[in-house]
Design a protein around this ligand. Structure first.
Ligand code: ADP
Length: 210
């Protein structure tokens, strides 16, 4: 969805609103442009949902509000298209090593798995900071005593809507969700979805269209 339309696209929209259904040829004539020059603009307006196109009839105005179009388009975004690679550690790793891992991998959330590679915990920046404030030796403290653990972990799947993930991040007040695949005996971690992924999706929506 193109939230900001350029001048020409606004003009096309105006013409179709007043005269639709109208063919691409006729729109081009009125703008003193060739049909070929107009094609990308018509494609964008159609993909974004402002215009509908019918073969042999032409273009007509969809009549949808910007808010409706935004909702329509948000409802087409899935986790699988925006997820990142997960950073995963074993539950026996030390808090010290998890901190090093967080810096090396440049992530804010690490997922913890057991021997069978099933999800057992989540470590956030503040979990690690909190553990660092005590007097204990971080090199011998295993992460499984400080992590948030199953079954209290909020997860999502590749086929979930990005919008539903965003709602979970807000309601649970967290920064990231593991993308999981259900297996016999637990969840395999197949991805990571964060506020950054969602922000990127929003920017893509606003600048590139879908
Ligand atoms: P931070 O604590 O660095 O602000 P978050 O807001 O993501 O980062 O985490 C807040 C708390 O919620 C932490 O204790 C963390 O372990 C936990 N947490 C983070 N992600 C999840 C998740 N997907 N499911 C359950 N708990 C989570």
């Amino acid at each position: 969805m193109k939230i900001e339309l350029n001048k020409r696209q606004e003009h096309i929209l105006q013409i179709v609103k007043e005269q639709g259904p109208i063919t691409g040829e006729h729109i081009a004539e009125q703008l003193n442009l060739t049909r070929a020059t107009l094609r990308p603009d018509l494609a964008i307006l159609t993909m974004a949902g402002y215009l509908d196109a019918r073969p042999r009839v032409g273009y007509f105005y969809s009549g949808k509000s910007s808010a409706q179009l935004l909702t329509d388009n948000l409802s087409k975004l899935y986790v699988r298209d925006y997820q990142s690679i997960p950073v995963v550690v074993n539950e026996g790793i030390s808090v010290y090593d998890a901190i090093v891992m967080m810096f090396i991998e440049d992530v804010g959330t690490i997922f913890v798995v057991d021997q069978r590679a099933f999800l057992v915990g989540v470590l956030s920046r503040k979990d690690l900071l909190r553990a660092s404030m005590g007097q204990q030796d971080l090199t011998t403290m295993p992460v499984n005593i400080i992590m948030t653990r199953m079954p209290n972990i909020t997860v999502c799947s590749r086929d979930d809507l990005l919008l539903d993930v965003a709602k979970k991040l807000i309601s649970k007040q967290i920064d990231a969700l593991p993308v999981v695949k259900e297996a016999e005996g637990g969840f395999e971690v197949v991805g990571r979805i964060t506020k950054t992924n969602i922000t990127k999706a929003l920017v893509a929506l606003a600048t590139e269209g879908l």
